[in-house]
Design a protein around this ligand. Sequence first.
Ligand SMILES: [Zn+2]
Length: 385
Amino acid sequence: MQKVTLDGIKVVDVHAHPFREQNEPESPVDFLRKLSLSVIPEMFTNIEDVEKFQPYPGTNMWIQILFRHMAKYLNCEQDLTSIVEARNKKAKKFSNYTKELFTDVNLEGLIMDFGYPQPPIDRNDFQQMSGARIWEIHRIEPVMVELGKQNLPFSEFIGKYRDNLRQALQKEGVVGLKTIIAYRSGLEIGEKDEQAAEAAYKEFLLNDKAPAKAMRDYCFHIAMEECTSADKFMHIHTGIGDGEVVLSKASPGFLLDTFRKSEYKDTKVHLVHGGYPWMEEAAFIVSILPNVYMDISLQNPFTGHGVERIISQVLELAPFDKVMYGSDAFTVPEMNWLGVKLFKECFERVLNDWVEKDYMDAGQARYIGEMILYKNFENIYKVKL
Ligand SMILES: [Zn+2]
């Protein structure tokens, strides 16, 4: 039986964040902190005195797999101190190191959310540093926060908000908007109610992280409208995220009623993170709505060995042409690198299993690999690499 390999296939990562060039050496504990989804710095404090074979307190499978791959790549011992020492040596020339890692895994392009970290990193700077092609989405929440500081009357706030989105969508390289409403008031979006929105606006002015649900829902609808008229993509954070997420209202199923509205039938939507751990809901939604797509970011690589199960589960229902590769990498280039490595290695196992079961031949399996790694991106976003 012919083995399927995804070696050499180019990759576009449809959801990641930029990171800053860092020429100063990382300390082992800081490096560890950068690998975690926790936004709580105390998550990793005690990394001294671990015994041989004992995992560092607080580390999980994805970090384990990363260390394993990094030790092999850097040709060093598999303990945190040796790994960080070896990577620091290479990372002295940070841009070269980033380019080397991206090239090693054929990572050629990324759609990036410059909304994190704040203050934002410049797109051209990141493009130059990484050597990859960069597209951008424009996050709506920082716009709301900035305008909120001006203490405008609600109608003026909304007017300026809409102008801002419209102008951003005209910019070269901007493929859509993004919302993290799942981190604030959740995905159960209400009707567009101006009066309720205006009342909630007062809550928002006092605290820009407050739920202020009716106002956020109102702003969400405006973003959907602007994406529709610009024929660009609405990226919606679904599923788990960092420590702030409203977990009980983060599953993609909450969005279905909104998507079914006749005014949004042509709106292109990109479900970021594929709703993990509710990825079957996302897979179902993209299987019934022609303009809704999903990616496998965050769950890849942060669930470690789980990536294999997730790819298999998502493709139980999701059409092959609706799913795209992603990483949600957000701090160090090793995240982007392992994202691709782990994804390809897990996907190969899934594809080989399908070939073995005679559901398809190896040629078709590799083609499906190419679709999810970059071809779907090209078709859906109408760009050629
Ligand atoms: Zn993200």
